[in-house]
Design a protein around this ligand. Structure first.
Ligand code: SAH
Ligand code: SF4
Ligand code: F3S
Length: 475
């Protein structure tokens, strides 16, 4: 039987440029098949979606390659969250233009959120693009490719109320073989006023819990040791069987996945302050294999700004949630956030309240952004993007500087303590060191010894930076 090359090139969210993975021998074996190269931008959900797309395309007879130069078909799975996310993709298209001039039969497809946002406009603006497919159109991609092969431009940006791709087994060869993402829902119904996601990903829908558990079990059988359950707002996960005899909320789903095996770690992202319940926190406390870490984006520390953002909670409510986490899961529970600087009409005092909220919570980690107006969002329609760029930047820098201090301080808490670490692979800095995460999602680096990825080890933390814990294995 002919083997199919399955290597995917996936871009990590922080990276600025696509990284070409080294070519594998499988690449060479894929003779006779058309080759797909896929590159992902944006959030973890997009990365998970690329694995679905790879599976769909493999079923349609394509091989995947890790080299854009060798590909017959190139997909960019795009993000639209901020203007610079789209700019990055536009720049990449310039490079692909040059490639296509050398290889006129090459087809270029735009997938994901930017494709959904711009629809056919993309075809007008970017002549190099042949195919446009939104996040709910991935089953249709082989047909779109066929159309494009016959010389027509092909578009499907239909958003569905049901699609969850529950029956498609993603191709995971881009992963480290230890940790994997599992989508548990799609879309978002929240309508935060700054956010484009409800427009690019459509209505919220939850995936059948049985298919989620089956996927996690299959991952464990394949040697994976950690799953991250993904959704834009996991706390509003809600599924009911058609005859209404079975219903499952997020806490119950979390428990079902945790019960698969004590050896399978469970993480999840993203939690929403308006929806996270004590039931979720108590479930986390009950199971050692549910990691003690919550990503709970605040966006701002000021109640008036939160109202304008349509986040539907205020500062006291958010603080109450933090207090519940600390009460139920303890001071050591890892907490991270997203923060936006310079949202419409944000005053200096209101910005100070974001800093003071950070002082109160002392986050382990934060993703921090300057506000970027997105066309079509509520904020773009209702408010003026009136904070000058240099003020947004300065406020952002203050947020980043404070977070650096807190990250270092929170990391120092672990020094002198023994942490259970799941080894993910070799450290980027040196082949003589391994790295893996502790319960709180912090990266721990330690000497290699005879250990291998996929093992759990106890590491005594001896030192730290703001980003990493350093230590030695104690058994
Ligand atoms: N569903 C998640 C967030 C998804 S988007 C949640 O509700 O928390 C990831 C982050 O990007 C957001 O939390 C927000 O901080 C940021 N973001 C979204 N739209 C933005 C915009 N227009 N400008 C700047 N940052 C934005
Ligand atoms: Fe966007 Fe808000 Fe939905 Fe998160 S919860 S994806 S920020 S609309
Ligand atoms: Fe970007 Fe879409 Fe994710 S806009 S952040 S890829 S949901």
């Amino acid at each position: 039987m002919e083997r199919v090359a399955e290597t995917l090139t996936i871009l990590q969210p922080e990276d600025k440029e696509a990284i070409d993975l080294p070519r594998t021998s499988e690449d060479e074996l894929a003779t006779g098949k058309k080759r797909l190269y896929i590159e992902s931008y944006g959030c973890q959900m997009n990365f998970a979606d690329s694995e679905i797309v790879a599976a769909v395309m493999r079923n349609a007879g394509f091989a995947t390659t890790s080299s854009a130069e060798e590909a017959d078909l190139i997909f960019l799975n795009t993000c639209a969250i901020r203007e610079n996310a789209e700019q990055k993709v536009r720049n990449r298209l310039q490079h692909l233009n040059a490639l296509k001039r050398r290889k006129p039969d090459l087809l270029v497809g735009m997938l994901g959120c930017m494709a959904e946002r711009l629809k056919t406009k993309l075809l007008e603006e970017e002549k190099v693009v042949d195919i446009v497919a939104g996040p709910d159109a991935y089953r249709d991609i082989p047909k779109l490719v066929e159309e494009a092969e016959s010389g027509q431009k092909a578009v499907n940006v239909f958003l569905s109320r049901e699609e969850t791709y529950a029956d498609i087994a993603p191709i995971r060869l881009n992963s480290n073989g230890v940790t994997a993402f599992v989508s548990i829902m799609r879309g978002c119904d929240n309508m935060c006023s700054f956010c484009v996601v409800p427009f690019t990903r459509g209505r919220e829908r939850s995936r059948d819990p049985h298919s989620i558990v089956r996927e996690a079990e299959a991952l464990l059988a394949d040697g994976f040791k950690e799953v991250t359950l993904l959704g834009q707002n996991v706390d509003s996960y809600k599924w009911a069987s058609e005859d209404s005899t079975e219903s499952v909320n997020f806490a119950q789903l979390l428990e079902r996945v945790a019960l698969i095996s004590p050896d399978l770690r469970v993480r999840f992202s993203t939690s929403h302050p308006k929806d996270i319940t004590d039931e979720v926190l108590y479930t986390m406390a009950r199971y050692d294999n549910i990691c003690n870490y919550i990503h709970l984006p605040a966006q701002s520390g000021n109640s008036r700004v939160l109202k304008l953002m349509n986040r539907t909670y205020d500062r006291p409510w958010y603080i109450e949630k933090i207090n519940s986490i600390r009460r139920i899961l303890g001071e050591d529970c890892g907490i991270s956030t997203d923060m936006i600087s310079g949202f419409c009409t944000e005053t200096e005092e209101e910005h100070q309240e974001t800093l003071s909220l950070m002082e109160y919570v002392r986050y382990d980690y934060a993703y921090m952004f300057a506000y970027s107006e997105r066309p079509g969002t509520l904020a773009a329609k209702k408010y003026t993007d009136d904070i000058p760029e240099d003020v947004k930047k300065r406020r952002l820098n203050e947020i980043i500087a404070l977070q650096q201090q807190h990250s270092a301080e929170r990391n120092r808490r672990h020094v002198g303590k023994v942490q259970r670490v799941l080894i993910e692979g070799t450290s980027k800095r040196s082949d003589d060191f391994l790295c893996g995460r502790n319960d709180q999602n912090k990266m721990v680096v330690f000497p290699k010894g005879d250990l291998q990825k996929g093992q759990y080890v106890n590491v005594l933390v001896t030192d730290c930076t703001a980003a990493t814990l350093l230590g030695e294995v104690v058994g």
